[in-house]
Write a protein that binds this ligand. Sequence first.
Ligand code: SF4
Ligand code: SF4
Length: 340
Amino acid sequence: MKDKILLKENLVSFGNSLIEQYRLIAPVKSNGFSLYKPVGNASEICLDYLRPLKSAKEIFFPQNETLFFFNKKTQKIAEPAYDKKPTILFGAVACDLAGIAAQDRLFSAGAYLDSYYLKRRRNSILIGMACPEPGEMCFCGFFGIDRFASDIADLFFTPFSDKYYIKVNTEAGARLVESLPDAAAADAKTVERLRCENAEPKWDIPPLDELARMLAEGFEADVWDEIAQKCIGCAACTFVCPTCHCFDITDEAKGEIGRRVRTWDGCMFPKFTLHASGHNPRTKGGQRMRQRILHKFSYFKDNQGVVSCTGCGRCAEICPVNVDIREVLKQLGEACERKS
Ligand code: SF4
Ligand code: SF4
């Protein structure tokens, strides 16, 4: 498959040609920030941003979704209407594509297949966009995420001069760009140079392999309570996170007709683990903070083979009391060093 070139001035007409056949979701400016949203005309796409405020996870795993409707009297159930038009996610940055890859491992591989996630994900095409400069809160480089490429994307765009270099990864992607001119070897070299010039900074965080040991050793450390002191339990960090995936399922009914709803939940809510018996195994903020961090860096790795943090920095950016996950990891490292 040959890589392609698109002139920046032709992006809108390219996007509008996609809208004819697909539901196009792309970064759009909304009230001063950027969000991934359905686009009616490609001129709405805004690439002049760091990364959208919220991640792309709700495209495949919505914040609220009706699983089915039911009739209490007849005991019959009915599927909700589903728009079968395929979706293209355009302009996803590499950290968000890594988030989708983590969700794929959870929802669409292994023992538990989530049909609701799968029907959307399998009906989609991913188009990535290079992120030339990480933001103040970003640390994707710590996880080895390449801001200029993603294997999970069908196509990956890198802007340079007046063009986009389009890396074609799949047949589905190739079909979308078959009418565009092939990239020249010189274009590929320019993009490679761009990547090298944007080397990742060094991070003041214990390396990942040491973190695993520290998390195990630091399970009972006081540092969790210290870190959690200012946390107000709003769970905003879990909602903006591209990899957090906890949900609750409830039934809502009026008269005989009702629906079963799946809604995002978050381990930072104090009542997240409240049992029907009244017992709550995580009453303390420190226990909840520890759970969130260990799930990201230890449990998900044990179960799925990768850590479930992409270094997007959204949790630190959204937190109303400035809990910064990089600082949490650093404090844990310092606490473990003091102990040893
Ligand atoms: S966003 Fe901040 S305050 Fe809210 S739950 Fe997360 S760490 Fe706590
Ligand atoms: S834990 Fe924070 S930095 Fe890591 S992926 Fe989630 S929101 Fe991004």
